[in-house]
Design a protein around this ligand. Sequence first.
Ligand code: SF4
Length: 363
Amino acid sequence: MSGEQNSAVGEQGSAKLANAAKADESTKPSKAAKAAKTAKTAKTAKTAKAAEEATRAGTAKPVKAAGRAGTAKPGKSGRAADAATAGEAGGTGEAGGASRRAPRAWKPESRLAMVRRARRINRELAEVYPYAHPELDFRNPFELLVATVLSAQTTDLRVNQTTPALFAKYPTPEDMAAAAPEELEEIIRPTGFFRAKARSLLGLSTALRDDFGGQVPGRLEDLVRLPGVGRKTANVVLGNAFGVPGITVDTHFGRLVRRWKWTEQEDPEKVEAEICEIFPKSEWTMLSHRVVFHGRRICHSRKPACGACPIAPLCPAYGEGETDPEKAKKLLKYEMGGYPGQRLAPPPDYPGRPAAPLGTGDE
Ligand code: SF4
């Protein structure tokens, strides 16, 4: 099935799911629903005070930890309360107070229920991370391609701290293709595996110069033929430098979608194929950013901060990490924890502080 077909199916399914969800919520009045209403009132009134009342009513979730870090916007409690209602309707966990009460056992669900829950998680994440973006600094497709190759087995911050010197010396594929390998290796050494990465950069720059007129191609089949460029890298470049929708399955994305039971696949290509079936094509790129943002900030590999997680009521893996709200808050990273993000030059709407350049002590 083509991406367009996926998209079409997804869009139609979306309307049905929205109606089904509406019916569910309307037939299950509950404490959480009442509190959701309170939160909705807060949204209308746009007063943070009313939102806090909803929080005290037990519906607003620890996304407000982000609020304390200066990222929350008025009305988020309303969305959180909606999610709480959804969680209760689906029998998936405790509304809002998931961090304070023992969650119910996760029950098997139909595919329709999973798809509906997956789309709710996506909507929640869109509220929590409205500014989700690629965390690699780049100014053109070539820089994004190179930065993505360098990001293997290291942090985006380390790449961002390395690339300013790299692009100052080799701004184009032609310049990089002509680089002395030892000089290139020395510049990219901080990103690790620098010999292999230097070989990839020399190979892909040469291919861009000789086969593509010095331009990064905008087609998946061309990108994956470049040395050191796999499907993940190609999708990053297509999605963020060319506006072509794509799901980027990195370590965070794979971990989270398995925790959320959107898929059981381990192979990134199979994960990508299954997630593409759940969401309309128009959501693919931003969904990837939101999931990766959540994985980096809250749902960590070893110690997920479940007690501070805004989507806890929708998560089958709630309890895999720290559930005590106060302890969980201490696990939050980047802007959620009050620290800089990964970019030296983040977008204007990014609420965290820009990271510091290499050698300034914030590495
Ligand atoms: S595992 Fe914990 S931190 Fe991760 S999404 Fe689920 S509730 Fe949130």
